[in-house]
Ligand binder design. Structure first.
Ligand code: CUA
Length: 319
């Protein structure tokens, strides 16, 4: 990764995955041609110079020391490697050093053991484990530029369908960008071993059709609504140590060690992809997260059944 600003290039015409795909195809075509030519020559040699009864004692022509042949098999591979090098360097530069275009959306992704904090500084939104972005229209592109940080150990951000991996290193911010033209959900996972629950550090990228991203942003910007029916659970939540780690905007809960819960129920999974976010799973999770995700940093809060009911009822109002 080149430090920011050292080599800046305009946004390339292709998305990162398209650029990587084109490079792979170029290399595949060149390698296929080499394979076919070498196989054909080999087959030709095998047939033409196979042992025959009539000339069994003849030696084939000896070409040791032929300058023409030595030059050919030295120069052609050097040229090919040079072409591979240039094509790869060009793609790397396009993918890694692109500068945000005017329509770009910006996000900061922070890796934690074992979940993803996702902030949109310009939009004032903080969420977790789900990266939302608008589908990009080739005529008015909306790529997502991401700053990658780590709160603890090294992690790696990887959405296979949307490009390569970029590490999240403590004390060394990295950056990358995503662009998807097809709306949908793209799954990814932490790609750097980061502890016991590394495999349960899943991330999903949700690419919204035109107009939908703005609706999602509006919904996420709202502060939590205080549903009167969940008053008991709300008070309990705000008076236990939940508030030390979690934020619910619009309340005094402002902890930052754990995921922001302001719109918890808008998310698809719990525990960074361990289970679907259903009321039943939320209850099991809240009773003792260590059962679903052993060694995760949220402890068993030792809630009684009635406390658990009240707090889960409150959490379910955080949509
Ligand atoms: Cu985070 Cu592996």
């Amino acid at each position: 990764m080149v430090p920011e600003g050292l080599i800046a290039s305009a946004l390339p015409d292709a998305t990162p995955q398209q650029a990587i795909y084109s490079l792979s195809m170029l290399l595949l075509v060149i390698c296929t041609v080499i394979f076919v030519v070498v196989s054909a020559l080999l087959a030709y040699g095998l047939v033409k110079y196979r042992e025959r009864k009539e000339d069994a004692l003849d030696e084939p022509p000896q070409v040791y020391g032929s300058s023409e042949i030595e030059l050919a098999w030295t120069v052609i591979p050097i040229l090919l490697v040079f072409i591979f090098f240039l094509a790869t360097a060009r793609t790397l530069n396009a993918v890694q050093n692109a500068q945000p275009s005017p329509g770009a959306v910006h996000a900061t992704v922070v890796g934690h053991q074992w979940w993803w904090e996702i902030r949109y500084p310009e939009l004032g939104i903080t969420t977790a484990n789900e990266l939302h972005m608008p589908a990009s229209d080739p005529a008015a592109r909306t790529p997502l530029f991401i700053k990658l940080e780590s709160a603890d150990v090294a992690h790696s951000f990887w959405i296979p369908e949307l490009g390569g991996k970029t590490d999240l290193i403590p004390g060394h911010p990295n950056s990358m960008w995503l662009e998807a033209q097809t709306p949908g959900t793209y799954l990814g996972n932490c790609a750097e071993f980061c502890g016991l629950q590394h495999a349960n550090m899943l991330i999903r990228v949700i690419v919204h059709p035109p107009g939908e991203f703005e609706k999602w942003v509006e919904a996420q910007k709202r502060t939590a609504t205080a549903a009167p029916s969940a008053e008991l659970g709300r008070n309990l939540f705000l008076t236990t140590s939940c508030v030390n780690c979690h934020t619910v905007r619009g309340t005094r809960a402002a902890g930052t060690f754990g995921p922001d819960l302001t719109h918890l129920m808008s998310r698809q999974t719990l525990g960074s992809g361990v289970v679907p976010n259903t009321p039943e799973n939320l209850r099991v999770w809240t009773r003792d997260p260590q059962k679903m995700k052993p060694a995760c940093l949220m402890p068993d809060m030792q809630l009684t059944d009635s406390e658990l009911d009240a707090i889960v009822a409150y959490l379910l109002t955080l949509d």
